[in-house]
Write a protein that binds this ligand. Structure first.
Ligand code: ADP
Ligand code: MG
Length: 383
């Protein structure tokens, strides 16, 4: 186990691709840390440099305060699990898991104990004498994780380790990996493009875009206090809805603007975030949207525009409603049991307290919406 630090790390592939751009951060000893970002954002490059599998073009990597930049993966004592595991197909689970111990010259008794312990933790003890080639994908991945953990590495590197498994298995392994990491306390870094994985498993995570670090924080920080529109749209169960409004003007004390040519009512409190040209970039999470059907009175002092239902998808406790406003797509999570017809006209309303505001140019966050605003369903009276 170790603390890990990156100091101004850069990665160039040849002299055309600057895959990682001057990244610095520290991972605490025992932490479960995530690297999240879209495909091609440089996550795997960072992980492979941490592991010692890829050279660092510029900058330094420290384990427990000591530079390991020139050390091999063996010297750093890292273990790695990839999306596609590389088990020996003809070997049994026991032989595969024990292999890193065998090459380190552990005795048979020691090996049996260590392999048995980790196999039990990963619920594969009943498969211990089965060949890898005779196991399902999920079982093989458990064996690969067991093999990585058995020799107690300083750092466990996980590169999309469960991305290819089916949904149910992925959900189970997420929980198991988290429990396992907590009980072993092995410093771990997971690369994922799936916000749910990053959010559910890690203590803290770094969000990357085009090789540039966007934000580091707890899942709660990143979900509720995103630093910019990119992070807000990338993270979360459902992306932030973004509304780019222009032509903001006041008439008889009320503010309104245009969004793709559609009329928008803007609450007074939000107009303070407009730029000098009367433009505004605001957003909200889908759960903050209150949909108003024909005949209902929209709640007062809300951000408001009219659209048409593209489709409504029941998710059990809530309904995910996708609304089309010109060429803008808005998503709403409606906790009420209501039916929506395709192409039905609805008013999209957002309470002012739930609105996030972003700089219209840099898209940096300038105001956070409140995360847990209760839905004022009582205000929605049929008129
Ligand atoms: P991610 O894991 O976020 O998908 P990667 O770190 O794999 O991103 O890749 C970041 C960028 O570096 C991408 O543009 C990718 O094409 C490029 N890249 C990655 N590995 C190599 C390589 N071995 N040679 C050249 N370019 C590479
Ligand atoms: Mg990758």
């Amino acid at each position: 186990m170790a603390s890990i630090e990156l100091q101004n790390v850069n990665k160039w592939y040849g002299n055309a691709i600057h895959a990682v751009r001057d990244i610095s951060f520290k991972i605490e000893d025992g932490e479960f840390f995530g690297l999240l970002g879209p495909s091609g954002s440089g996550k795997t490059s960072v992980l492979r440099m941490l592991a010692g599998l890829e050279s660092v073009t510029e900058g330094d990597i420290l384990f427990d305060g000591v530079s390991v930049t020139d050390q091999t993966p063996q010297q750093r004592n890292i273990a790695m699990v990839f999306e596609q595991n590389a088990l020996y197909p003809h070997m049994t689970a026991r032989q595969n898991i024990g292999y890193p111990l065998k090459i380190r010259g552990k005795s048979k008794d020691e090996m049996d104990k260590m392999v048995g312990d980790v196999a039990r933790m990963l619920h594969i003890d009943h498969l211990i004498d089965r060949r890898a080639s005779q196991m399902s994908g999920g079982q093989q991945q458990r064996v690969a994780i067991a093999r990585a953990l058995v020799r107690r590495p300083n750092l466990l590197c996980l590169d999309e380790p469960i991305a290819h498994l089916d949904t149910l298995l992925r959900a189970r392994l997420r929980g198991e990996l988290k429990r396992l990491q907590r009980s072993l306390g092995t410093t771990s870094v997971i690369v994922t493009h799936d916000p749910i994985e990053a959010m559910t498993m890690t203590d803290r995570l770094a969000v990357m875009r085009d090789g540039v670090l966007q934000q580091i924080g707890s899942p709660d920080d990143i979900h509720n206090r995103p630093v910019n529109a990119f992070v807000s749209q990338f993270f979360g169960l459902h992306s932030m809805n973004l509304f780019r409004v222009d032509n903001l003007k006041e008439s008889a004390g009320a503010f309104s603007g245009q969004l793709n040519g559609t009329h928008v009512d803007v609450p007074r409190s939000a107009t303070g975030y407009a730029n000098g040209l009367g433009q505004l970039l605001v957003g909200c999470r889908p759960h903050a949207v209150i949909l108003v059907k024909e005949g209902e009175t929209p709640p007062p002092d809300t951000f408001r525009l009219t659209g048409r239902v593209y489709v409504a998808e029941p998710l059990g406790e809530v309904t995910l409603v996708t609304i089309q406003v010109g060429d803008l797509t808005v998503q709403a999570l409606d906790p009420r049991k209501r039916d929506y017809a395709i192409d039905e006209e609805v008013i999209v309303t957002v309470p002012q307290s739930a609105l996030y505001a972003f700089d219209t140019g840099t898209e940096a966050t300038i105001a956070f919406g409140s995360a847990d605003e209760p839905l004022p369903t009582a205000d929605l009276k049929a008129g």
